[in-house]
Each structure stands twice: as C-alpha cells, then as structure tokens.
Design a protein around this ligand. Sequence first.
Ligand code: NAP
Length: 338
Amino acid sequence: MTDSSRIATARLGANGPEVGVQGLGCMGMSFAYGPSDADESRATLERALELGVTLFDTADAYGAGENEKFLSPFFNAHRDEVVIATKFALAIPPDDPTRRVIRNDAPYIRQAVEASLRRLDVDVIDLYYMHRRDVNVPIEETVGTMADLVREGKVKQLGLSEVTADELRTAHTVHPIAAVQSEWSLFSRDIEANVVPAARDLGVTLVPYSPLGRGFLTGSFAKAEDLTTDDFRRQQPRFTGENAAANAALLDPIRTVAESHGATLGQIALAWVQQRASVHGLPIVPIPGTRRPGRVAENTAATRIVLSEDELALLEPIAGKVSGDRYADMSFASAGRE
Ligand SMILES: NC(=O)c1ccc[n+]([C@@H]2O[C@H](COP(=O)([O-])OP(=O)(O)OC[C@H]3O[C@@H](n4cnc5c(N)ncnc54)[C@H](OP(=O)(O)O)[C@@H]3O)[C@@H](O)[C@H]2O)c1
C-alpha cells in the first residue's frame, strides 16, 4: 500500500490528538443495522487502520455492551495507534431490558465508565462522550463529573453528542470539550444553524455521525421494506411510506455529481460533509459506519474528492426538501431542544 492511500489528519479539540480526518463508526458491527459477519467486521477494522483511520466510535448502548466487547481485541492489538471513543447515557432499566432511559447523573456516569473500561479491557478511554442529554441534570454537574474522570486518569478527552449550542457553551466553561458528535449530512443540516458556529468559536472538533444518511445516501436501500425486520431504520420516519419515495427522488443531483467524478453516491455525500465544514471553518472528523473492508477504502478515498462551486450549488437544496424527521421522537436530538 502506498502512503498516498492514507488519509490526512485533523486535530481532535484544541489539545487533543491528531486523528485520521475520517473515523469509523462501529455501531453496525453489533447493533441496529441487521446481521453482521464478525470476520468481515474485524477485517474492516484492520483495513481502516491501514488507510489511516484512527478514531473508532462505539458506545455502551450499542448491543448493550456487546460492541465494546467485540472491539476490545482489535483495540488492544493496536492500543498505541487507535483513539477509542465511547459513550454513556442510555441506561437499561432493571425491570425492562428492551427500554432505554437517559441518565446524566454522577452515580450513573461512574458506574458506566467502569463498565466500559472493563468491557474494552483498557486503562483509559481516549474520548468519552455524553451520548444523550438528560435535561433534569444541569449540564455543569454532568460535565463536572466527566472532568473528575479526566483528573482520575480514566478518560483523556471529553465529548458531547446531540447537544444544543447553549449546552455546549455552558459545558465548555466547566471543562474543555474536544468533540461534539451530531448527525450531519446532505439530508440533516439542522446543526449548521447554531451548534456548528458554537463549536467553531470554541475550537471544538465536530464529529458528524450518519454522514451517509444511515446508508440511504449511497442508494443501497430505498425504503424500510428493503431492510431486514430487525433493522432499526425501519422505524425512522424518513425511510417509510411516502417519505421514502420522496426522499429517494432527492438522490438525483447526487447521482449527477457522482457521474462527473467517476465516484459513488456515498463518496459524494462524504466529500460534501468534509467541504461543508471548511465553509464553516472548523475541523471535522466524520465517522461513516461500515462493516465491509471494500467500503472503508471507498469511503476514505472520498476525503480526496473536491466539489466545485457549481456542484455544491446543485446539492445545496436537498436538505430543505427531505420528508420526515431524523428521529421519530425529536427530543432525542439537539434540534428538538433549540
Ligand atoms: N451519537 C449518536 O447518537 C449516533 C447515532 C447514530 C450513529 N452514531 C455513530 O455514527 C456511526 C455512523 O453512523 P451510521 O452508521 O448511523 O450511518 P452512516 O455512516 O450514514 O451509514 C451507515 C450505513 O451505510 C452503509 N455504508 C457504509 N459505507 C457504504 C458504502 N460505501 N456503500 C454503500 N453503503 C455503505 C453501511 O452498511 P455496511 O455496514 O453494511 O457497509 C450502513 O448501513 C455509527 O456507526 C455510530 O458509531 C452515533
């Protein structure tokens, strides 16, 4: 492999490490997107690292700890090369393992970090995110507890997922926040109004999740019925009924741009996020999720695609025409609280 196939790097927060400019979302390897092949997932992790991907994204909620356990041997085999990001906040109530309750309180965070460290089998988590915001706990308290974990050496950097701009600003007064993780793609641009400018002003790196619109932007599925019955996306408003049909038609301009670059639709979607961030003037590390080595190579190659002003203009109206919210319950997302 030539050095030129390795991706560039970006800084994670003002004082954080340099990481590959694209990370890898590992959620689908254990959770949410139908059946996975463990050997293929492992090959995907190795291929990603070869290509310069160093930020690997998981959460305690992905498969109720199974994703962290699955990743542990890979992380430990490459401990000095990988930056491990995991998250807390989606608690499983003891009386009903099918439900999730958002918890940001200190006793819960302390229990969650110990459980993640144990499952990952590491001494320290490189980037620890609050996955979802529990509005009943002041954000100062939550970040105060997270900052204690940094002082105790259990965690290196702090991140927040799906926070509003105000929550981010308040959090940052308690302890520097290295990264904000939120959905950002050609289909989901709500964070551009407030969260992205706040992150830029504070020197926080943006980590866009679902940059491929959960796979829809690649054209690999067109409606909920194309997915296996256990696939979480079957419940998402954008992929069901009339919304799905209307949204599939929105891929046409992406197809046009892809053809002119000899690229795939997914590559154009990824190149767009990367370029949109330079318009806003802040560092980003998108974390497309895949379980297939060939797709990692395809996705990382997208970091080298440059879109013209005309192409950006053609793609600009897409998000405004999307039918359906990105979650069935938008209080689950920052935009539901702004
Ligand atoms: N903070 C949060 O609340 C939150 C929420 C959602 C996700 N995340 C994180 O963000 C990561 C990425 O988000 P996501 O997985 O939801 O969505 P995504 O990255 O937009 O899309 C992932 C989907 O696209 C498919 N895919 C990937 N590359 C492809 C390619 N080149 N061609 C065709 N299909 C391709 C994947 O299938 P295969 O796997 O079969 O390739 C998977 O079904 C997750 O893994 C997770 O770590 C965080």
